[in-house]
Design a protein around this ligand. Structure first.
Ligand code: ADP
Length: 407
Protein backbone atom coordinates (compact mmCIF):
# COMPACT_ATOMS: atom_id res chain seq x y z
CA UNK A 1 0.00 0.00 0.00
CA UNK A 2 1.21 3.49 -0.76
CA UNK A 3 0.18 6.74 0.88
CA UNK A 4 -1.81 9.06 -1.38
CA UNK A 5 -2.37 12.78 -0.84
CA UNK A 6 -5.90 12.04 0.38
CA UNK A 7 -4.51 9.91 3.29
CA UNK A 8 -2.11 12.65 4.32
CA UNK A 9 -3.33 15.42 6.51
CA UNK A 10 -1.10 18.48 6.36
CA UNK A 11 -1.04 21.75 8.25
CA UNK A 12 1.01 24.93 8.40
CA UNK A 13 2.91 25.76 11.59
CA UNK A 14 3.40 29.21 13.17
CA UNK A 15 6.41 29.91 10.92
CA UNK A 16 4.44 29.17 7.77
CA UNK A 17 6.16 25.77 7.27
CA UNK A 18 3.99 23.03 5.85
CA UNK A 19 3.99 19.94 8.06
CA UNK A 20 2.38 16.57 7.67
CA UNK A 21 0.18 15.06 10.36
CA UNK A 22 0.31 11.30 9.97
CA UNK A 23 -2.24 8.85 11.32
CA UNK A 24 -1.01 5.73 13.17
CA UNK A 25 -1.86 3.42 10.27
CA UNK A 26 -0.12 5.77 7.82
CA UNK A 27 2.92 5.80 10.10
CA UNK A 28 3.01 1.99 10.08
CA UNK A 29 2.68 1.95 6.28
CA UNK A 30 5.43 4.52 5.86
CA UNK A 31 7.73 2.66 8.24
CA UNK A 32 7.16 -0.58 6.30
CA UNK A 33 7.87 1.24 3.04
CA UNK A 34 11.00 2.82 4.52
CA UNK A 35 12.28 -0.55 5.80
CA UNK A 36 11.61 -2.19 2.44
CA UNK A 37 13.87 0.40 0.79
CA UNK A 38 16.96 -0.07 3.01
CA UNK A 39 19.46 -2.96 2.51
CA UNK A 40 18.63 -6.21 4.35
CA UNK A 41 21.62 -5.99 6.73
CA UNK A 42 20.34 -2.63 8.01
CA UNK A 43 16.89 -3.87 9.00
CA UNK A 44 16.04 -3.48 12.74
CA UNK A 45 15.90 -7.27 13.39
CA UNK A 46 19.53 -7.59 12.30
CA UNK A 47 20.28 -4.57 14.52
CA UNK A 48 18.81 -6.27 17.64
CA UNK A 49 21.07 -9.31 17.06
CA UNK A 50 24.08 -7.07 16.44
CA UNK A 51 23.38 -5.19 19.71
CA UNK A 52 24.58 -8.25 21.65
CA UNK A 53 27.67 -8.59 19.47
CA UNK A 54 28.50 -4.88 19.77
CA UNK A 55 28.16 -4.90 23.56
CA UNK A 56 30.25 -8.08 23.69
CA UNK A 57 32.95 -6.45 21.57
CA UNK A 58 32.88 -3.27 23.72
CA UNK A 59 33.16 -5.39 26.89
CA UNK A 60 36.12 -7.40 25.56
CA UNK A 61 37.78 -4.19 24.35
CA UNK A 62 37.40 -2.47 27.73
CA UNK A 63 38.66 -5.55 29.61
CA UNK A 64 41.62 -5.78 27.23
CA UNK A 65 42.53 -2.10 27.73
CA UNK A 66 42.34 -2.52 31.51
CA UNK A 67 44.70 -5.51 31.26
CA UNK A 68 47.10 -3.56 29.08
CA UNK A 69 47.12 -0.51 31.35
CA UNK A 70 47.55 -2.65 34.47
CA UNK A 71 45.48 -0.12 36.33
CA UNK A 72 41.93 1.25 36.41
CA UNK A 73 40.66 2.53 33.00
CA UNK A 74 39.09 5.98 33.58
CA UNK A 75 36.94 6.08 30.40
CA UNK A 76 35.05 2.87 31.03
CA UNK A 77 31.93 3.88 29.14
CA UNK A 78 33.69 5.12 25.98
CA UNK A 79 33.73 1.85 24.00
CA UNK A 80 30.12 1.15 25.06
CA UNK A 81 29.12 4.63 23.84
CA UNK A 82 30.75 3.82 20.49
CA UNK A 83 28.67 0.60 20.41
CA UNK A 84 25.45 2.60 21.03
CA UNK A 85 26.49 5.09 18.34
CA UNK A 86 27.12 2.27 15.82
CA UNK A 87 23.75 0.65 16.57
CA UNK A 88 21.98 4.04 16.21
CA UNK A 89 23.79 4.91 13.02
CA UNK A 90 23.17 1.65 11.18
CA UNK A 91 19.97 0.22 12.68
CA UNK A 92 18.05 3.06 14.26
CA UNK A 93 16.57 3.92 17.62
CA UNK A 94 15.30 0.44 18.74
CA UNK A 95 18.64 -1.39 18.46
CA UNK A 96 20.39 1.70 19.95
CA UNK A 97 18.20 1.54 23.08
CA UNK A 98 18.80 -2.22 23.42
CA UNK A 99 22.59 -1.65 23.10
CA UNK A 100 22.33 1.07 25.76
CA UNK A 101 20.47 -1.27 28.12
CA UNK A 102 22.90 -4.17 27.59
CA UNK A 103 25.90 -1.83 27.97
CA UNK A 104 24.52 -0.41 31.24
CA UNK A 105 24.09 -3.95 32.62
CA UNK A 106 27.60 -4.94 31.43
CA UNK A 107 29.20 -1.84 32.99
CA UNK A 108 27.34 -2.43 36.23
CA UNK A 109 28.18 -6.15 36.41
CA UNK A 110 31.84 -6.03 35.37
CA UNK A 111 33.21 -2.64 36.35
CA UNK A 112 31.22 -0.99 39.15
CA UNK A 113 32.29 -2.34 42.53
CA UNK A 114 31.48 -4.78 44.00
CA UNK A 115 32.48 -6.76 40.83
CA UNK A 116 30.32 -9.52 39.29
CA UNK A 117 27.19 -8.22 40.91
CA UNK A 118 24.22 -6.14 39.70
CA UNK A 119 23.96 -2.99 41.84
CA UNK A 120 22.22 -0.58 39.44
CA UNK A 121 19.39 0.00 41.95
CA UNK A 122 21.78 1.64 44.45
CA UNK A 123 22.30 5.41 44.43
CA UNK A 124 26.06 4.98 44.13
CA UNK A 125 25.75 2.90 40.92
CA UNK A 126 23.11 5.20 39.47
CA UNK A 127 25.38 8.22 39.96
CA UNK A 128 28.32 6.43 38.32
CA UNK A 129 26.23 5.22 35.38
CA UNK A 130 24.25 8.45 34.88
CA UNK A 131 26.71 10.22 32.45
CA UNK A 132 26.90 7.10 30.24
CA UNK A 133 23.11 6.62 30.21
CA UNK A 134 22.56 10.32 29.44
CA UNK A 135 25.01 10.14 26.49
CA UNK A 136 23.25 7.02 25.17
CA UNK A 137 19.82 8.62 25.50
CA UNK A 138 20.97 11.74 23.64
CA UNK A 139 22.27 9.54 20.82
CA UNK A 140 18.93 7.66 20.72
CA UNK A 141 17.00 10.95 20.72
CA UNK A 142 18.99 12.38 17.79
CA UNK A 143 18.49 9.10 15.91
CA UNK A 144 14.73 9.23 16.56
CA UNK A 145 14.58 12.76 15.13
CA UNK A 146 16.50 11.65 12.05
CA UNK A 147 14.09 8.77 11.52
CA UNK A 148 11.12 11.10 11.89
CA UNK A 149 12.57 13.47 9.32
CA UNK A 150 13.15 10.55 6.92
CA UNK A 151 9.54 9.38 7.31
CA UNK A 152 8.33 12.94 6.77
CA UNK A 153 10.38 13.15 3.56
CA UNK A 154 9.00 9.81 2.43
CA UNK A 155 5.43 10.96 3.12
CA UNK A 156 6.02 14.15 1.14
CA UNK A 157 7.61 12.16 -1.70
CA UNK A 158 4.61 9.81 -1.85
CA UNK A 159 2.17 12.70 -1.62
CA UNK A 160 3.90 14.43 -4.53
CA UNK A 161 3.98 11.22 -6.57
CA UNK A 162 0.27 10.74 -5.97
CA UNK A 163 -0.47 14.35 -7.00
CA UNK A 164 1.64 13.82 -10.13
CA UNK A 165 -0.33 10.66 -10.97
CA UNK A 166 -3.64 12.50 -10.51
CA UNK A 167 -2.43 15.39 -12.63
CA UNK A 168 -1.29 13.05 -15.38
CA UNK A 169 -4.65 11.26 -15.38
CA UNK A 170 -6.55 14.57 -15.54
CA UNK A 171 -4.24 15.76 -18.29
CA UNK A 172 -4.88 12.60 -20.26
CA UNK A 173 -8.66 13.07 -19.87
CA UNK A 174 -8.39 16.69 -20.97
CA UNK A 175 -6.34 15.69 -24.00
CA UNK A 176 -8.91 13.07 -24.98
CA UNK A 177 -11.79 15.55 -24.53
CA UNK A 178 -9.91 18.09 -26.62
CA UNK A 179 -9.21 15.59 -29.39
CA UNK A 180 -12.87 14.55 -29.38
CA UNK A 181 -13.92 18.21 -29.66
CA UNK A 182 -11.54 18.75 -32.60
CA UNK A 183 -12.81 15.58 -34.31
CA UNK A 184 -16.38 16.74 -33.78
CA UNK A 185 -15.54 20.18 -35.21
CA UNK A 186 -13.96 18.67 -38.29
CA UNK A 187 -16.70 16.06 -38.93
CA UNK A 188 -19.55 18.50 -38.26
CA UNK A 189 -18.07 21.14 -40.58
CA UNK A 190 -17.55 18.61 -43.39
CA UNK A 191 -21.05 17.16 -43.02
CA UNK A 192 -22.66 20.62 -42.94
CA UNK A 193 -20.78 21.86 -45.97
CA UNK A 194 -22.11 19.31 -48.47
CA UNK A 195 -25.87 20.03 -48.08
CA UNK A 196 -25.27 23.79 -47.91
CA UNK A 197 -23.26 23.72 -51.13
CA UNK A 198 -26.14 21.81 -52.76
CA UNK A 199 -28.77 24.29 -51.46
CA UNK A 200 -26.68 27.22 -52.72
CA UNK A 201 -26.12 25.55 -56.10
CA UNK A 202 -29.84 24.86 -56.51
CA UNK A 203 -30.78 28.44 -55.54
CA UNK A 204 -28.28 29.86 -58.04
CA UNK A 205 -29.55 27.50 -60.75
CA UNK A 206 -33.15 28.58 -60.13
CA UNK A 207 -32.10 32.26 -60.20
CA UNK A 208 -30.36 31.77 -63.54
CA UNK A 209 -33.49 30.09 -64.94
CA UNK A 210 -35.68 32.99 -63.80
CA UNK A 211 -33.20 35.47 -65.25
CA UNK A 212 -33.53 33.74 -68.63
CA UNK A 213 -37.31 34.35 -68.77
CA UNK A 214 -38.16 37.27 -71.04
CA UNK A 215 -41.17 38.63 -69.16
CA UNK A 216 -41.22 36.91 -65.80
CA UNK A 217 -44.58 37.04 -63.97
CA UNK A 218 -44.59 38.99 -60.66
CA UNK A 219 -44.68 35.79 -58.50
CA UNK A 220 -41.42 34.67 -60.15
CA UNK A 221 -39.91 38.09 -59.33
CA UNK A 222 -40.74 37.66 -55.63
CA UNK A 223 -39.38 34.11 -55.80
CA UNK A 224 -36.12 35.54 -57.16
CA UNK A 225 -35.85 37.83 -54.12
CA UNK A 226 -36.38 34.79 -51.87
CA UNK A 227 -33.78 32.80 -53.80
CA UNK A 228 -31.31 35.70 -53.47
CA UNK A 229 -31.80 35.67 -49.71
CA UNK A 230 -31.23 31.89 -49.64
CA UNK A 231 -28.08 32.36 -51.71
CA UNK A 232 -26.81 35.16 -49.43
CA UNK A 233 -27.48 33.32 -46.21
CA UNK A 234 -26.09 30.01 -47.46
CA UNK A 235 -23.01 31.95 -48.66
CA UNK A 236 -22.60 33.32 -45.14
CA UNK A 237 -23.03 29.84 -43.70
CA UNK A 238 -20.39 28.46 -46.09
CA UNK A 239 -17.97 31.19 -44.96
CA UNK A 240 -18.60 30.33 -41.30
CA UNK A 241 -18.13 26.61 -41.95
CA UNK A 242 -14.92 27.34 -43.85
CA UNK A 243 -13.65 29.21 -40.79
CA UNK A 244 -14.50 26.23 -38.56
CA UNK A 245 -12.77 23.86 -40.99
CA UNK A 246 -9.68 26.08 -40.99
CA UNK A 247 -9.66 26.07 -37.20
CA UNK A 248 -9.86 22.29 -37.05
CA UNK A 249 -7.01 22.07 -39.58
CA UNK A 250 -4.91 24.58 -37.63
CA UNK A 251 -5.49 22.70 -34.38
CA UNK A 252 -4.56 19.41 -36.02
CA UNK A 253 -1.51 21.10 -37.62
CA UNK A 254 -2.82 20.13 -41.05
CA UNK A 255 -3.23 23.53 -42.69
CA UNK A 256 -1.30 23.08 -45.93
CA UNK A 257 0.19 25.83 -48.07
CA UNK A 258 0.64 25.64 -51.84
CA UNK A 259 3.18 28.35 -52.47
CA UNK A 260 4.14 30.03 -55.71
CA UNK A 261 5.56 33.46 -56.61
CA UNK A 262 2.90 36.17 -56.74
CA UNK A 263 2.86 39.94 -56.88
CA UNK A 264 1.42 41.07 -53.54
CA UNK A 265 0.32 44.45 -54.96
CA UNK A 266 -1.71 42.60 -57.58
CA UNK A 267 -3.43 40.44 -54.98
CA UNK A 268 -4.23 43.51 -52.86
CA UNK A 269 -5.74 45.30 -55.85
CA UNK A 270 -8.01 42.35 -56.67
CA UNK A 271 -9.21 41.88 -53.10
CA UNK A 272 -9.94 45.60 -52.72
CA UNK A 273 -12.01 45.59 -55.92
CA UNK A 274 -14.03 42.57 -54.74
CA UNK A 275 -14.60 44.02 -51.28
CA UNK A 276 -15.66 47.36 -52.79
CA UNK A 277 -18.20 45.60 -55.05
CA UNK A 278 -19.50 43.57 -52.12
CA UNK A 279 -19.77 46.37 -49.54
CA UNK A 280 -19.91 49.55 -51.61
CA UNK A 281 -17.39 51.15 -49.26
CA UNK A 282 -14.48 53.37 -50.28
CA UNK A 283 -11.25 51.40 -49.98
CA UNK A 284 -8.10 53.15 -51.19
CA UNK A 285 -4.83 51.54 -52.22
CA UNK A 286 -1.44 53.17 -52.00
CA UNK A 287 1.21 50.94 -53.54
CA UNK A 288 4.38 51.10 -55.67
CA UNK A 289 3.97 50.70 -59.42
CA UNK A 290 6.59 47.93 -59.50
CA UNK A 291 5.62 44.42 -58.44
CA UNK A 292 6.53 43.14 -54.98
CA UNK A 293 6.88 39.39 -55.44
CA UNK A 294 6.66 36.91 -52.63
CA UNK A 295 6.46 33.14 -52.44
CA UNK A 296 2.99 32.61 -51.00
CA UNK A 297 -0.18 30.51 -51.07
CA UNK A 298 -2.36 32.87 -53.08
CA UNK A 299 -5.73 31.74 -51.68
CA UNK A 300 -4.48 32.00 -48.11
CA UNK A 301 -3.05 35.50 -48.61
CA UNK A 302 -6.36 36.51 -50.21
CA UNK A 303 -8.05 35.12 -47.08
CA UNK A 304 -5.74 37.25 -44.86
CA UNK A 305 -6.54 40.41 -46.82
CA UNK A 306 -10.27 39.67 -46.94
CA UNK A 307 -10.29 39.15 -43.16
CA UNK A 308 -8.45 42.39 -42.43
CA UNK A 309 -10.31 44.56 -44.96
CA UNK A 310 -13.73 43.12 -44.10
CA UNK A 311 -13.01 43.72 -40.39
CA UNK A 312 -11.99 47.31 -41.17
CA UNK A 313 -15.25 47.74 -43.09
CA UNK A 314 -17.32 45.90 -40.47
CA UNK A 315 -16.02 47.80 -37.43
CA UNK A 316 -16.12 51.35 -38.85
CA UNK A 317 -18.98 53.60 -39.93
CA UNK A 318 -20.14 53.66 -43.57
CA UNK A 319 -19.00 57.18 -44.35
CA UNK A 320 -15.37 56.51 -43.42
CA UNK A 321 -12.65 55.29 -45.75
CA UNK A 322 -10.53 52.17 -45.38
CA UNK A 323 -6.92 52.71 -46.47
CA UNK A 324 -4.62 49.93 -47.67
CA UNK A 325 -0.94 50.72 -48.05
CA UNK A 326 1.65 48.36 -49.49
CA UNK A 327 5.39 49.09 -49.47
CA UNK A 328 8.77 47.45 -49.36
CA UNK A 329 10.88 47.49 -46.22
CA UNK A 330 14.29 45.81 -46.73
CA UNK A 331 13.58 42.21 -47.62
CA UNK A 332 9.93 42.40 -46.57
CA UNK A 333 6.68 43.52 -48.06
CA UNK A 334 4.50 45.42 -45.64
CA UNK A 335 0.71 45.63 -45.94
CA UNK A 336 -1.15 48.11 -43.73
CA UNK A 337 -4.95 48.14 -43.39
CA UNK A 338 -6.17 51.29 -41.65
CA UNK A 339 -9.70 52.18 -40.59
CA UNK A 340 -11.29 55.10 -38.77
CA UNK A 341 -13.58 52.97 -36.67
CA UNK A 342 -14.16 52.65 -32.94
CA UNK A 343 -10.80 51.05 -32.23
CA UNK A 344 -10.07 48.42 -29.62
CA UNK A 345 -9.77 49.15 -25.87
CA UNK A 346 -6.29 48.58 -24.42
CA UNK A 347 -7.33 45.76 -22.04
CA UNK A 348 -8.97 43.87 -24.93
CA UNK A 349 -6.04 44.19 -27.30
CA UNK A 350 -4.08 41.22 -25.90
CA UNK A 351 -6.99 38.85 -26.65
CA UNK A 352 -7.64 39.93 -30.21
CA UNK A 353 -5.81 36.99 -31.87
CA UNK A 354 -7.34 34.35 -29.59
CA UNK A 355 -9.77 31.89 -31.12
CA UNK A 356 -13.45 32.74 -30.56
CA UNK A 357 -12.60 36.10 -28.93
CA UNK A 358 -14.89 39.02 -29.75
CA UNK A 359 -14.77 42.34 -27.94
CA UNK A 360 -17.83 43.10 -25.79
CA UNK A 361 -18.57 45.91 -28.26
CA UNK A 362 -18.60 43.50 -31.21
CA UNK A 363 -20.71 40.99 -29.27
CA UNK A 364 -23.40 43.54 -28.48
CA UNK A 365 -23.41 44.97 -32.01
CA UNK A 366 -25.31 43.67 -35.02
CA UNK A 367 -21.98 42.73 -36.66
CA UNK A 368 -21.87 38.97 -36.83
CA UNK A 369 -18.81 36.77 -36.51
CA UNK A 370 -17.32 33.79 -34.70
CA UNK A 371 -14.18 35.57 -33.55
CA UNK A 372 -12.00 33.27 -35.65
CA UNK A 373 -10.87 35.50 -38.52
CA UNK A 374 -7.86 37.08 -36.80
CA UNK A 375 -6.72 33.80 -35.22
CA UNK A 376 -6.72 32.16 -38.65
CA UNK A 377 -5.08 35.23 -40.21
CA UNK A 378 -2.26 35.15 -37.67
CA UNK A 379 -1.66 31.44 -38.25
CA UNK A 380 -1.52 31.89 -42.03
CA UNK A 381 0.88 34.86 -41.79
CA UNK A 382 3.17 33.01 -39.38
CA UNK A 383 3.18 29.92 -41.61
CA UNK A 384 4.56 32.22 -44.31
CA UNK A 385 7.34 33.23 -41.85
CA UNK A 386 5.66 36.61 -41.60
CA UNK A 387 4.45 38.77 -38.73
CA UNK A 388 1.17 40.46 -37.89
CA UNK A 389 0.70 43.35 -35.47
CA UNK A 390 -1.71 46.19 -34.90
CA UNK A 391 -2.12 49.57 -33.32
CA UNK A 392 -5.46 50.78 -32.13
CA UNK A 393 -6.77 53.72 -30.21
CA UNK A 394 -10.36 53.85 -29.01
CA UNK A 395 -12.27 56.49 -30.95
CA UNK A 396 -9.56 56.89 -33.59
CA UNK A 397 -9.42 53.56 -35.40
CA UNK A 398 -7.09 50.62 -35.94
CA UNK A 399 -4.18 49.77 -38.22
CA UNK A 400 -3.33 46.15 -38.86
CA UNK A 401 0.15 45.47 -40.27
CA UNK A 402 1.25 42.31 -42.06
CA UNK A 403 4.88 41.73 -42.97
CA UNK A 404 5.82 38.96 -45.40
CA UNK A 405 9.30 37.98 -46.54
CA UNK A 406 9.93 38.94 -50.16
CA UNK A 407 10.92 36.32 -52.71
P1 ADP B 1 -15.00 38.45 -35.95
O1 ADP B 1 -15.57 37.33 -36.71
O2 ADP B 1 -15.70 38.71 -34.68
O3 ADP B 1 -14.80 39.69 -36.77
P2 ADP B 1 -12.11 38.38 -35.80
O4 ADP B 1 -11.22 37.28 -35.31
O5 ADP B 1 -11.91 38.83 -37.18
O6 ADP B 1 -13.57 37.90 -35.52
O7 ADP B 1 -11.90 39.61 -34.84
C1 ADP B 1 -11.92 39.42 -33.46
C2 ADP B 1 -12.46 40.64 -32.75
O8 ADP B 1 -11.49 41.69 -32.88
C3 ADP B 1 -13.71 41.18 -33.35
O9 ADP B 1 -14.82 40.56 -32.81
C4 ADP B 1 -13.64 42.65 -32.99
O10 ADP B 1 -14.13 42.80 -31.69
C5 ADP B 1 -12.14 42.94 -32.98
N1 ADP B 1 -11.70 43.58 -34.21
C6 ADP B 1 -11.08 43.00 -35.27
N2 ADP B 1 -10.75 43.90 -36.20
C7 ADP B 1 -11.14 45.10 -35.73
C8 ADP B 1 -11.10 46.44 -36.24
N3 ADP B 1 -10.57 46.73 -37.43
N4 ADP B 1 -11.60 47.42 -35.46
C9 ADP B 1 -12.14 47.15 -34.25
N5 ADP B 1 -12.22 45.92 -33.72
C10 ADP B 1 -11.74 44.91 -34.45
Amino acid sequence: MRATHTDIDSYVDDNGKRLIRKSLSLNVTLRKEYISRIPRWRRPVVGYIFSFLLVGAALLGTLFIEQMLQEHFHFLGSLFSVAVLFAALFWGVGPALLTLLLSTLALDYFFIPPPHQFTFYTLDSVLQLAPFIATGLIIALITAQRERARLQTLATEQELASYAEDLEATNEQLKEANEMKDRFLSIASHELKTPITTIRGQAQLAMRRIAKQRNPPPELESMRTTLEKIDNQSGRLTALIDELLDVSQIRAGKLELHKKDYDIVDICREVIEDEHLLTDRTITLEAPSTPLKANVDRDRIVQVLVNLISNAVKYSSEETTVQVTVFRNDDKVVIQVRDQGKGIAREQQKHIFEMFYRTPDAQSSSKRGLGLGLAITKDIVERHNGRISFESEPGKGSTFVVELPLQ
